[in-house]
Design a protein around this ligand. Structure first.
Ligand code: ZN
Ligand code: ZN
Length: 285
């Protein structure tokens, strides 16, 4: 786990509330939700999401895995869930101004490819050969795509989920290793009746924990940035009984989310069998 915050991170630009003034004072930094997939036997690694903090996140990753050959790129592939800025702005680090990667495979939906390749400056990442688009076929809500392997031996399926889809669609990712399957779902408008399908066969779930309390949306209108509230998510998961995943971690927390700032809240979650993800968390698949 290389980042656990909502797109804006912590502290967030322009926030002068205690959530961010205290973080500025203490030097605490939380970067947007980002997961790495590592197969130590193949010595390959993929990045899920390209956040604006990708240089720091990859530095963190490279401290966690065995040294890579000097000639190898920092990661072997990228997977994107959607094109909101916290999830894709870091692609700019792969362009000619920075890494200038050579045909780095990037797995994303066809709609995302069309959006990126139709607009500068993203377009030149593809036309100049820095990124090599690999579309996954995920058209029907909650229906997993055929599996693809951004890292050999780790199968990923994209599952379309409802989210503000202004210029791309949005997917959750099912990630399957030899023994266990994880779900990465940083952004969803509402669970509706999606949870049983999304969590079918899932051992470890990383779920949208953007907001705990409706007051945290202020001054924005919740209708413009819908997300399920954490307590509702926990109640729905409890109601699943036996089919609840063994481990559930909340990710994508907004800077205002009290669970980021009050350890008593995290302890209450823990008592119910839920966890706040932490940067540096690792799970074996
Ligand atoms: Zn987001
Ligand atoms: Zn704040």
């Amino acid at each position: 786990m290389l980042g656990i915050a909502q797109d804006g991170g912590l502290p967030q630009l322009g926030c002068n509330a205690p959530c961010c003034t205290s973080a500025r004072r203490s030097g605490r930094r939380e970067t947007p939700a980002c997961l790495a997939l590592h197969n130590p036997h193949a010595a390959k690694v993929a990045l899920i999401e390209a956040t604006w903090a990708v240089p720091d996140q990859i530095d963190h990753l490279l401290r966690l895995i065995p040294p890579r050959p000097q000639s190898a790129p920092p990661v072997d592939a990228i997977v994107l869930t959607h094109l909101h800025m916290g999830h894709c702005a870091g692609l700019l680090h792969f362009g000619c101004e920075a890494l200038a990667s050579d045909k780095l495979p990037i797995h994303l939906s066809q709609r995302s490819i069309t959006a990126l390749t139709s607009h500068m400056p993203w377009q030149q990442l593809f036309t100049a050969g820095h990124l090599d688009a690999r579309p996954f076929e995920a058209e029907t809500q909650l229906t997993p795509s055929p599996p693809f392997e951004p890292v050999p031996g780790i199968q990923v399926q994209a599952v379309p989920v409802p989210h503000r889809d202004e210029w791309s669609d949005t997917v959750a990712l099912r990630i399957t290793g030899p023994n266990r399957t994880a779900l990465f779902c940083p952004d969803i408008d509402a669970w509706g009746d999606a949870l049983p399908a999304l969590l079918d066969g899932i051992d470890i779930a990383y779920l949208d924990g953007t907001f705990l309390d409706p007051a945290e949306f202020a001054p924005r209108d919740p209708a413009t940035i819908p997300h399920p509230l954490m307590n509702e998510t926990m109640d729905r998961l409890d109601a699943l009984g036996q089919s609840r995943p063994d481990q559930v971690f909340f990710i994508h927390l907004n800077h205002t989310n009290a669970a980021l700032h009050n350890s008593d809240i995290a302890a209450t979650f823990k008592q119910r069998g839920f966890n706040l993800a932490q940067t540096g968390d690792r799970a074996a698949l």
